[in-house]
Write a protein that binds this ligand. Structure first.
Ligand SMILES: [Mg+2]
Length: 259
């Protein structure tokens, strides 16, 4: 499992990904070896297949079904634990459509049995935040794609609007949100279901200790930290033992001779 940004691509100010050295070659080599891979990104503004298409245009040799996002792991979780129950969703129009197409019963009423937040754009209605908080107070789980403060953009940190909305609802309902993207038990389950393998047989490769390496450690997968992204020049000796990756490399190109 590969992370995307900082691991396989760097994004320019135009939002397009530029493949990092070795990114194309490592995916081709894994495919040629008969093994499978998947990309797991916490991006949730568009459906996974659309992210896959964009990355393919940027040069990565990907099929539409080789990207997982919190939207996909949330769908799997909802099917398994809240099948048919009404869901209040804070999301982009594209993600709303993906959820509705997948058969999720969407509602804006406070009788929602689940509240789910992914990437949000545009205007947030305070009355709807209140309805969400009331639903959570009555026992609806508060699910969120990501709860980290932000993500690395071309010009520095971009605050996570999804995390802002989640925090607003969590605060007034005195609830802890359940993360469905990286890192979480739900995300581990999603990888396991995707490959049909125990997570102990997977390698998780990414640039972020708090997201990717933590996800890998939760599933007791092999973990590889690449220095090509956010973590950069970190002194791994100063990272607590329980949070350390199994392997640290400068970039995915260094993995070519380890396959
Ligand atoms: Mg990353």
């Amino acid at each position: 499992m590969f992370d995307v940004d900082g691991t396989l691509v760097h994004r320019g100010p135009d939002g397009r990904g530029r493949p990092l050295p070795g990114a194309v070659e490592i995916l081709e080599a894994i495919r040629a070896s008969g093994r499978r891979f998947v990309l797991f990104t916490n991006g949730s503004h568009v459906p996974a297949w659309e992210l896959a298409r964009g990355l393919r245009e940027d040069g990565l040799p990907l099929n539409d079904d080789e990207v997982i996002t919190p939207v996909e792991s949330a769908l799997t979780y909802l099917r398994r634990h809240h099948d048919g129950e009404p869901v209040m969703l804070f999301a982009t129009p594209a993600t709303r459509k993906r959820m509705a197409d997948a058969g999720v019963a969407l509602t804006d009423d406070e009788d929602a049995r689940v509240v789910l937040i992914t990437h949000v754009d545009g205007t947030i209605d305070l009355a709807q935040l209140e309805r969400a908080a009331r639903a959570v107070t009555r026992g609806a789980p508060l699910l969120t794609g990501s709860y980290v403060p932000g993500y690395a953009g071309a010009n520095g940190l971009i605050f996570s609007r999804g995390a802002m909305v989640t925090a607003a609802i969590a605060k007034v309902s005195s609830t802890r949100p359940k993360v469905v993207g990286k890192p979480s038990k739900v995300a581990v389950d999603e990888m396991r279901a995707y490959f049909g393998l125990p997570s102990t047989e997977l390698a998780v490769i990414g640039d972020d200790l708090d997201l990717d390496i933590r996800l890998g450690r939760m599933g007791r997968s092999r973990t590889v930290l690449v220095r090509s992204g956010t973590t950069g020049a970190i002194d791994i000796e100063r990272v607590p033992e329980r949070s350390r990756p199994d392997l640290v490399v400068d970039g995915v190109a260094d993995l070519l001779d380890r396959l």
